[in-house]
Design a protein around this ligand. Structure first.
Ligand code: ACM
Length: 644
């Protein structure tokens, strides 16, 4: 009996320890190998950061670590290069003999009651070890002001970690809505916490040209500004010609140099995108002679100018660069000369997506060019254009990257492909030995709905958190040497503030970070949910916005032969209870709990739902009109015949 009790106590002890460990393990993205040990490190009153290498890059990491600790703890720090071991110090050590597993970005982090040691082959690894260390500190470490009454302790642990992919990207569309230099820096601050290392800036589009090109000043004098509109994107009124163009902005080359340096200090490369030949209305408004249809153009202010139907689109006006105009090539030579000189990253993104070619089809110059060059269709004409642009860009020592439409009509030699219309374009390009970044809209478009459209700001299509978590940039059967990595994209048509950008990014960008950094064997949905709930507290401490839509249910509808609908509700997060009403009152946990698909009571107009966890409300109260569900089930409402 005694032996059994002792055994039980032992088991309970292990269970308790495991529970503590489970609470501690909240690192995102999940590291390759983590062991938690007994004990903890407590941050001393004066923080000593010891380095074994005085290179600028190591000193830079040490200073950033010191500044971050100073800001939230209010404690001072010193950086020392003495190697005499000082108890309680945080040591940043570059391996004298590099270890193969850690590569250029991996690190080993050891926390004991005596101190913290991060070792790596390169300073990038020290930087990522520092980011992981921050996630082990209490959440207040993310505060931007000094917090009193916090015990700054870290659980003892041993972590070995390295990335799965070298390209861990985030795209930020600063063209549709302009975001300031300061906001771009804020974006970088957030992405590096989760070990992203490429910031793709979508710098030009129909709604704005955001980069100063000194030899072509009208690109920003005209192209960076549009009429101001607020409300529902795509439904805005067309600006009158004399309406003041007051909304917008651009980065001077000095601004951009500052952003590039800020990013580089945080191990982020900036990929610039100049999106041509489509998506070019801002450039066309600045220099109308660039189109096949010169005239007067205005930068788009969010009014409709393309009709989308059945997966294809029709342009109401010409927002394209004319491939048959010889002057466009020296024009873009000027653009890319300045872009190549400004950005140190080896790749320049030239767009190539969603080009409406109807105006080319009607253009005599295009027809003649197609005949002369033996081009069978306008896809081949775009391919001709991109190939010439590729020559211009590669002459400046840079590699061209483009959206997967650049495959149509023939891929330019050496061009890297960013696969967005699913993964297929990327697979095709990799099979032709071209480099690929996977950024499929089915998993990695973070401007899309993350919860039911009834309860979210308007956008289109859906990528729920769980779907984003399923993203794997490396499809079966593809040579991994050609898959540089993956990326999530934040388009900004419907995104005009930093708060809303954050709402769309988090938590789905956590999911993408884990898809591009962590080993597939380390991914586990339920465990991920537990870990991101702890990250939410860190985002709260940092005053960063995020979405709680993962707690809201999905509605699935079916109909029977008499057009009665059945409503199924489900949640992507497990362990939630859904309560509902049909009687127009707001449900709580004393209302019926959802168990089986629901039939609609006669004459009910709305289904209201809310989720709970452990008897506490956790999701939003959603009011779903029955008419909307009937529409989703494909039931056309019959209007009652008016009686005379
Ligand atoms: C894209 O989403 N048009 C690349």
């Amino acid at each position: 009996m005694k032996r059994i009790s002792l055994l039980l106590i032992g088991v309970l002890h292990v269970l308790t320890l495991n529970r503590v460990a489970a609470q501690q393990i909240s690192i995102v993205p999940a590291p390759a190998l983590v062991t938690y040990n007994k004990g903890q490190y407590v941050l001393p009153k004066v923080i000593t950061i010891q380095v074994n290498n005085l290179s600028d890059s190591v000193r830079n990491v040490a200073n950033q670590l010191g500044e971050k600790l100073k800001r939230s703890t209010g404690r001072s720090y010193v950086v020392k290069s003495t190697m005499a071991y000082q108890p309680g110090s945080i040591r940043l050590l570059i391996n004298k003999a590099p270890t193969a597993t850690l590569g250029t970005e991996g690190y080993h982090l050891s926390v004991t009651s005596n101190g913290v040691t991060i070792t790596s082959n390169k300073s990038a690894g020290l930087f990522y070890g520092f980011q992981t260390l921050m996630q082990l500190f209490p959440k207040e470490i993310e505060s931007t002001t000094a917090k009193a009454n916090v015990t700054w302790k870290v659980p003892a642990a041993s972590i070995t970690d390295y990335p799965r992919f070298k390209w861990r990207g985030m795209m930020f569309d600063v063209a549709r809505h302009f975001f300031t230099k300061q906001q771009v820096k804020q974006f970088i601050d957030n992405m590096v916490k989760y070990k992203f290392n490429v910031l793709h800036l979508h710098l030009t589009d129909d709604q704005g040209w955001r980069l100063q090109i000194k030899s072509l000043p009208k690109l920003t004098e005209v192209g960076a500004w549009r009429a101001e509109r607020t409300g529902r994107w795509g439904e805005f009124s067309k600006p009158t010609p004399d309406e003041p163009k007051t909304y917008g902005g651009f980065y001077t080359q000095d601004d951009m140099r500052e952003i590039i340096k800020y990013a580089a200090d945080r191990y982020v490369n900036i990929l610039p995108e100049i999106d041509i030949p489509g998506h070019s209305l801002a450039a066309v408004a600045s220099y109308p002679e660039l189109t096949c249809t010169p005239g007067t153009y205005q930068v788009n202010a969010g009014e409709r100018f393309m009709i989308w139907k059945g997966g294809t689109f029709y342009g109401l006006l010409d927002n394209t660069i004319c491939p048959a105009n010889e002057n466009v090539y020296p024009f873009f030579d000027k653009v890319f000369t300045e872009v190549a000189a400004l950005f140190p990253f080896p790749y320049i993104h030239v767009g190539g997506d969603e080009c409406y070619k109807g105006f080319w089809e009607k253009s005599d110059a295009c027809k003649q060019l197609m005949q002369r060059e033996n081009l069978k269709n306008t896809d081949e004409l775009q391919s001709y254009f991109i190939k010439r642009i590729e020559k211009i860009v590669s002459a400046k020592g840079k590699k061209v990257m483009g959206w997967d439409e650049i495959l149509q009509g023939g891929l330019a030699p050496g061009a890297a492909v960013m696969s967005w219309r699913g993964m297929q374009g990327g697979v095709e390009a990799a099979k032709m030995n071209h480099e690929v970044v996977m950024t499929p809209n089915t998993f990695a478009y973070l401007d899309l709905y993350q919860g039911d459209p009834m309860a979210e700001p308007p956008t289109y299509s859906m990528v729920r958190l769980r779907k984003a978590y399923e993203f794997d940039p490396l499809p079966a059967g593809v040579d991994p040497r050609f898959i540089l990595g993956g990326q999530c994209n934040l388009w900004s048509e419907r995104l005009s503030t930093m708060r809303h950008a954050e709402y769309m990014l988090w938590p789905r960008a956590f999911a993408i970070s884990e898809s591009v950094w962590s080993l597939p064997a380390k991914k586990n949905w339920n465990n991920f949910v537990t870990r991101i709930e702890q990250q939410f507290e860190r985002l709260d401490a940092a005053e960063t916005k995020y979405s709680l839509s993962m707690y809201d249910p999905s509605f699935t509808v079916s109909k029977d032969t008499s057009n009665n609908i059945k409503i199924s509700l489900s949640t992507e997060v497990s362990g939630l209870d859904i309560f509902y009403s049909f009687d127009e009152t707001n449900p709580d946990r004393f209302y019926p709990k959802y168990q089986l698909p629901l039939t609609v009571p006669k004459d009910a107009a709305n289904l209201k739902v809310i989720t709970y966890r452990n008897n506490k409300p956790i999701g939003k109260l959603i009011n779903m009109p029955i008419a909307e569900l009937r529409k989703r089930a494909g039931i056309a409402e019959v209007k009652p015949t008016p009686t005379l």
